[in-house]
Design a protein around this ligand. Structure first.
Ligand SMILES: NC(=O)c1ccc[n+]([C@@H]2O[C@H](COP(=O)([O-])OP(=O)(O)OC[C@H]3O[C@@H](n4cnc5c(N)ncnc54)[C@H](OP(=O)(O)O)[C@@H]3O)[C@@H](O)[C@H]2O)c1
Length: 282
């Protein structure tokens, strides 16, 4: 199989490069080789490489900066998926794409199901939703994995920010009323690979570990496992204003994925222990 992997330098893309390798020959251009903001360059690249499978780990993921750089975020998160889906449909290929729980309005306390009404509260969420809709409408063979709170041993993420802050701070105030499940990029890559290999039926699937916590709970667990003495104090979102609004309820229900793939998903705490150990050992 001829696989085109986008976003190789990202958290999910890095892990995909490893897990996908038994499935085929991977072409993975970085930004220098293919700037995804350039629609014509993407068209030309697809025409030359002719992939059978596109795995799109690329995105505009800076949620606050998306409020300012609206057109770039729109191109990466909505225009690019639409373009990839059009190629996929026209060439009988398959597209794997990633989405975010930020497409939901964040109300209530019940985990979101794939069939629930969306209602993003940020520009980032709107761009991701439009990307998903474009793929769904395209008639292409696709898998969309909608995830939450992605982190890994590499890249910019909450786990690494907390460990960096612990070097200089003895106390930290951390938001405790946003609830979700921190999702390691490696788990996303592993499930993606299983899904492709087992020819998972086209559609949208939630993908996160079991269990739930707040950013405060996540930080406490990070510091506990890493042996840091930094004290943490829970605060409401209203005490930590950001340019982009965040949903309070980031819980996603993974029943559809678990049933379709016949897999169990690990708990977020065991996944954090693995990811943290990897980070501390490298
Ligand atoms: N991060 C989260 O908390 C989170 C939560 C839920 C869902 N997701 C979704 O999961 C997917 C993967 O996220 P991630 O955290 O792995 O993302 P990430 O670490 O921010 O990586 C994004 C990737 O996209 C590439 N990229 C961005 N603009 C580009 C451009 N103009 N040309 C070429 N490449 C470009 C980046 O390349 P450079 O290194 O050159 O910038 C990088 O490889 C995304 O669809 C995201 O929306 C993420």
């Amino acid at each position: 199989m001829n696989i085109l992997l986008l976003g190789i330098t990202g958290q999910v893309g890095f892990e995909l490069h490893r897990t996908l390798s038994p499935l085929g020959t991977i072409t993975a251009p970085g930004r220098d080789e293919l700037n995804l903001l350039n629609e014509q360059a993407v068209t030309n690249y697809l025409a030359v490489k002719k992939p059978d499978l596109i795995v799109n780990g690329a995105a505009w993921t800076a949620v606050d900066a998306a409020e300012v750089h609206q057109s770039e975020a729109w191109r990466l998160n909505a225009g690019l998926p639409e373009q990839l889906a059009a190629y996929t449909k026209a060439n009988n290929a398959r597209l794997v794409h990633y989405s975010s729980d930020y497409v939901y309005p964040g109300t209530g306390e019940t985990p979101w199901q794939e069939t629930n009404p969306t209602g993003p509260v940020s520009h980032y969420g709107k761009t991701k939703l439009n990307g998903d809709r474009a793929i769904e409408k395209s008639g292409a063979d696709y898998l969309i994995f909608r995830s939450s709170w992605v982190y890994s041993a590499r890249g910019n993420n909450f786990m690494k920010t907390m460990l960096r802050l612990a070097e200089s701070k003895t106390e930290l105030n951390i938001v405790a009323d946003q609830i979700g499940a921190p999702t390691p990029a490696r788990l996303i890559a592993q499930i993606t690979t299983l899904a492709i290999h087992s020819k998972l039926e086209t559609g949208l699937y939630h993908l996160a570990p079991e269990g739930e916590t707040s950013w405060h709970g996540f930080a406490k667990e990070i510091f506990g496992l890493a042996g840091k003495n930094t004290k943490t104090y829970p605060i409401p979102t209203s005490d930590y204003p950001t340019p982009a609004k965040r949903p309070l309820n980031s819980r996603v229900d993974m029943s559809k994925l678990k049933n379709a793939l016949n897999v169990e998903l690990p708990h977020w705490q065991s996944q954090l222990a693995l990811t943290l150990r990897e980070y501390l050992e490298t």
